[in-house]
Design a protein around this ligand. Sequence first.
Ligand code: 3HC
Length: 325
Amino acid sequence: MYAQMVKSEATNDDPEKLAAFQARIDANEKIEPKDWMPEGYRKTLIRQIGQHAHSEIVGQLPEGNWITRAPTLERKAILLAKVQDEAGHGLYLYCAAETLGISRDEMTEMLLSGKMKYSSIFNYPTLNWADIGAVGWLVDGAAIMNQVPLQRTSFGPYSRAMIRICKEESFHQRQGYDIMMKMARGSPEQKEMAQDALNRFWYPSLMMFGPSDKDSVHSAQSMAWKIKINTNDELRQKFVDQTVPQAEYLGLTIPDPDLKWNEEKGGYDFSEPDWSEFYDVLKGNGPCNRDRIEARQEAWEKGRWFRDALVAHAEKRAARRVAAE
Ligand code: 3HC
């Protein structure tokens, strides 16, 4: 289905249609699934939305590990609610991608075969409870920075999904920061755990915004089509400028000796992440890549009977409806 869709689009990219399409984008109109769109626009959206959806689902794994080990019933309930939210975010995004002619099964098979990515950050382990605070504070904080502008993305279903998702993200970030506040104000050992979590999650969180603009493969075209509203570096800078004062409030130190306020720029100068590590993790060599894919593969296999039963039930109901007409 998806393959045919893309082929048919490839023959329609005539200059007039492209010009009319670009005029709609430039006028900030929303593009809807049934509207004509260039094949490249459809493919980029499927790529980005599919990876975004996978990130939401795979992102449940590092936190899900700690639901049974949460220190209090209240923390368990909060974390449970957050992990459930992420499943819903994945659902909205898979539905948005399906309007472009790809099925969830195809996207999942592409994830499991490595043809579709998920955010690199989820290939790092959550070793203790402070990590759960750092994930909420930094990872969801970075996700908010990246997702808020996406509410204005040109593709209607993606924009509407983002509006719904962003309403929940601030709770995700706040609950993480609240854990970090408790730990940073706790015993010296707890404060040390919070600092260690910040040390380990700081640079992987900066990597969430993608490679630097000079190395970004898709940014120029994605911004011309207003799929992407800001560049990777712009959002990374905003994240750093917002997060440094939060770390100071906690009494924690950002693990970057070159971090310095630049009055002229009106923002912090900071060290870039180790991009060789970034690309190594993308190649599958991160600490948890294999575990994450194995977990998704197992869930996919074990859930097959349930998906088949749902499809069989739907087909039976459709057949009964036809028979009754
Ligand atoms: N992890 C994995 N792959 C990444 C990446 C990351 N952090 N950053 C970039 N990449 C990949 C891109 O997908 C692309 O590879 P591809 O061609 O195989 O898809 C390549 O690196 C080059 O990067 P580009 O900058 O050219 O790619 P994009 O223009 O797509 O920009 C992006 C990358 C900023 C992540 C963009 O895709 C985006 O904004 N995606 C939507 C938001 C998203 O996915 N956020 C991730 C986290 S969601 C989350 O954290 C959920 C929260 O609730 C916990």
